[in-house]
Write a protein that binds this ligand. Sequence first.
Ligand code: GDP
Length: 526
Amino acid sequence: MSVWAQPQQLKEVRGYVRVVAEDAIEWRHRCGWRNDVVVCDLHVDLASRKLASLKVEEPAETKKEKLKEAPKEVTEELVADEDFEDFPSDEAQHVNLVFIGHVDAGKSTIGGQILYLTGSVDERTIQKYEREAKDKSRESWYMAYIMDTNEEERAKGITVEVGRAYFETAKRRYTILDAPGHKNYVPNMISGASQADIGVLVISARKGEFETGFERGGQTREHAQLAKTLGVGKLVVVVNKMDEPSVQWSKERYDEIEKKMGPFLRSCGYNTKKDVQYIPISGLQGINMKTRMTPDICPWWNGQSLFEVLDGLQLVERDPKGPVRLPIIDKYKDMGTVVMGKIESGNIRRGQTLMVMPNKAVVKVLTIIRNNDEIERARPGENLRVRLSNIEEEDISPGFILSSIKRPISVVNEFDAQLQILDLLDHKAIFTAGYKAVLHIHAVVEECEILKLLVQIDPKTKKRMKRPVLFVKTGAIVECRIQVAQVICVELFKDFPQLGRFTLRDEGKTVAIGKVIGLEGASSSA
Ligand code: GDP
């Protein structure tokens, strides 16, 4: 069945949708699920970036009905096929980077420059981009072009999708998840940050720009807060545009930024001594990035270069012997069904039998692709594309998990959580049972409702308060039960922080951050 809807319904439909513009340019747009709506075509007027029309197709069978099907029989043989053994590897460690920060801080430029400096793009391509940028009177944007690969983004100079790029240093292999800075794109940033090991928070030192990004409503604050919630444990604060005429490598400006960021990052939960490092650079000129800068450029800096800082950060070890967990962030058809995502735990190998959750679809790993190379096995932390048998592309959605059969991930439509209420909307300033929001957890985006508040926590003493709680306001910490419109895969925060921490967003704003503390509503186990 197809339904044509009016443009203003865009906000209502949150799904992983295909966006087809009027002039047939097509790109993808990530949103969440809404009830049983699965596929939509959005017709977008490119000039105004407004939605012209929207076609929503309801699938013949809904996800829920599918789940009612008896799960495929999980035989001894299938389970025995899993292995929880580690394998020796002399490969450089793989690290995911997410670039965060206010629009125009220089994230794409830095990303492009890194690819250039590591030889991941050649001189000819750079020259081509330089010419293209010039033709559009956007000369200074050419480095960003390397990251912002679609036409529409180039024309506007904004990175819309979470672009991906790969580079290697002497010590490590990196994937850059270039997060967009524009306010409307925070949901994409969440999907990038949910997979990142290191956050590169880009700050513009240019006069006035640091201030705008850091003010209330600027993205510097929101991004840094979200990154911490999403599990980005290490932050490199890159003070960019140090070459700019209003800055000229001024120590005073650099110190001012560092001084203002410190208390704020501490309030986000970062240990600023252990987890945060600052560094001055020029992304546009590639200064202090691959190699240390010399005193003639900046006499007062005797610290490391950006690459040295990145290579030196201590990272959390992932468990190669743990149960397989690969949150699926995207999927497509290519000689079968290919899913994309990062392995959070466990090893996977070609030929292995696994299960896609929450469908409980038993699948076989046909091919493992890493940066266009096929590999036999992969360890946790790797970004992969995995070709699967026995499953149709339509049966997978972002947020599903490629999981171990023996130790499957929990599937819930209700769970208990501890929430920290950050900043409620002015017209919805009371948080109580019945509150509806959008839940972002690993790659899941799903509508949810607060069923009941359980207990309030004293923000100072962290003790549970005795009196019953009916509602709370901004600043409160509260435990509550949350119901989601569709079943989702989660883990307890204490067992698996990456799959147990989440944000609640309402009308495009992050209103609360939370962790999963109880799985009473869990219906899984194979
Ligand atoms: P993003 O929105 O954070 O990805 O920012 P972009 O990478 O698109 O950069 C925004 C603008 O800042 C562009 O005009 C860049 O050329 C400029 N820019 C970025 N890095 C630097 C830098 O290090 N120095 C100077 N002077 N300009 C920069």
